[in-house]
Write a new protein. Structure first.
Length: 121
């Protein structure tokens, strides 16, 4: 029983370290900061939800579920799915992450374990 508790505590610590390292090293590099003309956001894009009272590293990741347009046809608001639920945010508070099509293609491929079992993605 004691060994099981140690193992659970170790797994929790590793998960926490991996998450913080991912946020510090990787996510901060993905946010686009160029002045180039950006393509409009689309459904399925992975974004960061910006908050004025948090550092960029602590901004949550989200996926765009739906985009609402104004009377003029310009995207104004997006419905986002986060780890904890769904919320609606203005487009100005959403930061697209630079992701290539190759990553999306890799994620669609089925994953096979060492024992040959296919995992749903």
């Amino acid at each position: 029983m004691q060994n099981l508790r140690k193992r659970a505590k170790h797994l929790h610590a590793v998960k926490h370290k991996l998450k913080t390292r991912f946020q510090k090293e990787y996510i901060s590099l993905l946010k686009q900061t160029s002045n180039k003309v950006q393509t409009p956001l689309s459904v399925g894009d992975i974004v960061l939800i910006s908050f004025d009272n948090k550092k960029r590293v602590d901004w949550p990741l989200a996926k765009i579920v739906e985009i609402y347009k104004g009377r003029d046809g310009v995207s104004r608001v997006a419905r986002l799915k986060t780890q904890s639920g769904e919320l609606i945010r203005p487009i100005q508070r959403v930061c697209r992450l630079e992701t290539s099509g190759k990553i999306a293609e890799i994620m669609r491929e089925p994953i096979t374990t060492r024992r040959g079992r296919t995992i749903k993605s």
